[in-house]
Ligand binder design. Structure first.
Ligand SMILES: [Ca+2]
Ligand SMILES: [Ca+2]
Ligand SMILES: [Ca+2]
Length: 563
């Protein structure tokens, strides 16, 4: 059973594990299919225009209007006659019968043609260009809203949670936001997690991070802290004794590749014709490895958080590319002064901390319950808070996390099709296997959607303070859908401000005036709690004291909360 004092990786293993098997075939097909790696979105072939059948013309004599066509003309009837004469001559020279529909600004006229000539607008325009009286002619055509649609094969069918509210009530509304910004490659988002794998739909986004796992037995890479944040796997074999415990594990736990799945959610290579779309297309992703076999120590995690934001950590080199956004999809227990100080110090440096609320269907867990943290609960694609998600007064807002809305659960089963988040992973359970795309659910995957939107906000307004990012995310969140868990009177104020809306957040972010100086959050006074009954208070306090004595803040666990 889970160790009660571990930090918890916020994911659900059920769909993830089965999904890995079910989807391996599909992923292999995608990986083997034609890919346009690195293709910029603007370089894609343009769709054929939809023509109106009319033409916009600028005359060589620059006298389009019937009232100005002939300065010498004494009356409109003369002008009309002059224009009619011109049309006749053009028809004789080009075979195209033109008639004026209306005047346009800029000395242009909108002209109609006969049915035959309207059928092939480009050919007709080419004929008209031969006439010396015509300086320019352009077929009128329909334009469309540039809701950006990336070409990643999964985007159209399997990632409705990234789409507009019209597509999914709980959608992040990214396509219109991507018209405004696709992120800034000068920004860095740190993923404090299990490290990373060079997944083909992710690898080129990575900037070097650091491996803060102190205990080689947890690290699984043969040593303690080192500069290589590659995920060495966190699978625990049966019969393994986790440090700090006296009992052996009875069953094996497969590698989670959790850091890669979180990083892929926020920053998969997007519009590269491969796998999934991410949220921010350009920001760099920095893996900070803190969680390995048996979980993560609080002491390693806090060092990793601080280093990620550019704060110094003894015996670790300075971070050459400090992050503006730090994503933490793990945690457990209640915010301690250690975690709060890390959040405060990061905020003073302008670093936004985004944390998953946890998956215990209970109270918000640390560090999400620390003041100043963007604490993220999760909703299904239909916008309702999901059955596993932690909620409470510390929640800032909600983002899609996969799963089943609370009112859709009956006797432990989902009465509708559950949602899921598509993420980058690997099918190797005990060692490195093949790269794939799998279904996942958990607040672990809601948090990076928010982190990605935060980096889009910083791309349009780099001067935003963490407090401004948080306030703007909250003020632009869409209301929780009526008649769902979060709008019930008993739950008001426990699900945060509403549903993440990327487009509204980016629009508002651009309009935020510079703050005089970064705001420092006040110390947390929140209770929080261990959540979900995984941790009883006497045990927690005892272990916390033991951990402090041993210099261990706490250890991490792989969540198996969702069966
Ligand atoms: Ca190591
Ligand atoms: Ca390492
Ligand atoms: Ca992709």
């Amino acid at each position: 059973m889970q160790q009660p004092h571990r930090y918890q990786i916020r994911e659900s293993g059920r769909i993830a594990r089965h999904g890995a098997l079910l989807l391996a075939l599909g992923a292999a097909l995608w990986l083997g299919g034609p890919a346009t790696a690195g293709a910029a979105p603007d370089s894609a072939a343009r769709p054929t225009p939809h023509y109106s059948g009319n033409f916009i013309v600028r005359w060589r004599d620059d006298t389009a209007s019937t009232t100005t066509i002939a300065p010498a003309a004494a009356s409109s009837s003369v002008a009309a006659s002059s224009q009619s004469d011109r049309m006749l001559r053009i028809q004789q020279s080009t075979g195209v019968a033109l008639s004026v529909k209306r005047q346009m600004g800029g000395n242009l006229q909108l002209l109609s043609v006969g049915e035959r000539d309207a059928a092939d607008p480009e050919a007709t325009a080419a004929r008209l260009r031969q006439d010396p009286r015509i300086a320019e002619v352009v077929p009128d055509r329909w334009l469309r809203l540039h809701d950006t649609t990336p070409n990643d094969p999964e985007f159209a069918f399997n990632q409705p949670y990234l789409g507009t509210p019209a597509l999914a009530t709980g959608g992040v509304n990214l396509p219109p936001a991507w018209d405004r910004t696709r992120g800034n490659s000068g920004l860095v988002i740190a993923v404090v997690d299990t490290g990373y794998l060079p997944h083909p739909d992710l690898a080129s986004r990575i900037v070097p991070g650091y491996d803060f796992i102190t205990d080689p037995a947890i690290a699984n890479d043969g040593d303690g802290r080192d500069a290589d944040a590659t995920d060495a796997g966190d699978g625990v074999p049966a019969g393994f004794t986790c440090p700090g415990t006296s009992t052996q594990t009875t069953t094996a736990t497969p590698n989670s590749w959790h850091g890669t799945r979180v990083a892929g959610t926020l920053g998969a290579l997007t519009s590269n014709g491969l796998n999934i779309a991410g949220v921010d297309w350009n920001a760099r992703i920095q893996p900070v490895r803190v969680s390995g076999r048996c979980g993560a120590l609080l002491s390693d995690t806090v060092d990793g958080m601080r280093w990620a934001g550019g704060l110094s950590v003894p015996n670790a080199p300075a971070n050459p590319t400090p992050a503006r956004v730090v994503n933490i999809s793990l945690g457990g227990g209640t915010c301690s002064s250690i975690e709060q100080q890390a959040v405060n110090d990061l905020a003073a440096k302008g670093v936004v901390v985004v944390a998953a609320a946890g998956n215990s269907a209970g109270a918000v867990e640390a560090p999400a319950d620390c003041a100043g943290v963007v604490a993220v609960t999760a909703h299904a694609n239909d916008g309702e808070n999901v059955s596993y998600a932690n909620t409470g007064p510390q929640v800032s807002l909600s983002a899609p996390g996969g799963g089943c809305g609370r009112s859709k659960m009956s006797s432990g089963s989902c009465t509708v099709t559950p949602s899921y988040i598509r993420t980058l992973s690997n099918d190797g359970t005990t060692s490195l296997g093949n790269y794939n795309v799998i279904n996942s659910e958990g607040t672990s995957f809601a948090a990076p959607l928010v982190s990605g939107v935060a980096s889009l906000m910083l791309a349009v307004n780099p001067a935003l303070t963490p407090a401004q990012v948080l306030a703007t995310l909250e003020s632009t969140a869409r209301p929780h859908p009526a008649g769902t868990y979060c709008t019930a009177s008993a739950n008001i104020g426990t699900c945060g401000a509403g549903l993440l809306d990327a487009n509204a957040a980016v629009i508002a972010a651009a309009q935020v005036a510079p703050a005089p100086q970064p705001a420092t959050p006040a110390p947390s006074s929140s209770g929080g709690g261990g959540g979900g009954g995984a941790l009883s208070w006497p045990v927690a306090l005892g272990l916390c004291a033991l951990g402090l004595l041993l210099g261990l803040g706490g250890r991490v666990r792989q969540s198996a909360k969702r069966r």
